[in-house]
Design a protein around this ligand. Sequence first.
Ligand code: FCB
Length: 445
Amino acid sequence: MGNAKLEFPKGFLWGVATASYQIEGAWKEDGKGENIWDRFSHTSGNVQDGDTGDVACDHYHRFRDDVALMKELGFKAYRFSIAWPRVLPSGRGKINELGVQFYSDLVDELLAAGIEPWVTLYHWDLPQALEDEGGWAVRGSVDAFLEYTDAITRALGDRVKNWITFNEPWVSAFLGYEHGVHAPGRKDLQAAVAAAHHLLLAHGKAVPVIRKNVPNAKVGITLNLTPQVPASQSFSDRMAATWADGYNNRFFLDPLVGRGYPQDMVRSFGSDMSFVLPGDMDTIAVSTDFLGVNFYTRGVIRDTKTTQNLPAEVVAGPQFTEMGWEVHPEALYNLLCRLHFEHGFKNIYITENGAAFDDKLIDGHVEDTLRVDFLQRHFAMAHKAINAGVGLRGYFVWSLMDNFEWAYGYSKRFGIVYVDYQTQKRIPKHSAHWYGKVVARNGLD
Ligand code: FCB
């Protein structure tokens, strides 16, 4: 193997990613408790076409086939998330052994297939019972998360070494509690800021719990980071881009590296931050083994409140995905350099990158050349960042298979494997075979 034109460092980890609610289905099987996405998707008007995760990809019953498929395609690592309400149906208290057994079996199946398990503890499916107590907006959720973390790391820690505490706390806090477009569907900025803090605090407190239960653990957190560039050099556009960077990126990055919350954002939110208790910021700045980065696009920012703007010098385009997200691989390079050289993250994994395109199943094949092109260009930028000295250690493609894309339901296909939702048949797209070759060669031709 090897000898690729763009060869990655030896041991570079190539994987694929999914999340529990998006693929598992079996929403009330084997003792699983209700989660906020069950409640949200069962409430009409929240998800496109009234879609729900009740069945999703039926992965709960088909996981052995899905693991076999990953093995066949040659993927080396699998990032998946654990549904907290399968383990603790009410969020805390009594453990549901059948739920734990499911993940234990999945882990065994992966290890037997030679695939490294990477577990995300929280990918948005909060037990509804905890939301009923105030959810992430209240501090009680932090203790419940620690109880859950302790239980599941005790159960799997002998076999799973790679742990991600949270997936994209920005999305949980702001899409869930400020904009209300994700579960739990609240529209309260103050609750969202408190949620952001409690998510970060739960991360900080969970890290030592994981280390205690898992010998040789590698622990990190995954952020969705979106570089924000001003559309012009006007003062107002630059200020708007600084704000967008604070909102999406700095509000999470800065506390993790011990810089506290950015004061421009605290002022802009108008929050009294009274939920930050003494010691919290040190807890959040706990040292970790890696940073997980989910990268999809960049933002081109225009101050829409002024008419005094200069003409735009930066214009988004020319290519966009089905999500309406601009395809801009160079932003990945810039982001990785910033994380390494400005924030000091020495071990970085891209825990998600991928794209939704309008895939067509024709004669049993999906020729998703746009996705191959997308991935190829992003891999090349990752390679360039490594050459510049960035400690990028691995790359997970989002997603193994088409799945429930949150508020968009099943209308957006991110998979490198196509899912026929009528028959649950999995059909590897052209990109899946192509990616398998990249993994085998550890690089691009
Ligand atoms: C990320 C999520 C993931 C998926 C992709 C497209 O924000 O972590 O679950 O929905 O976007």
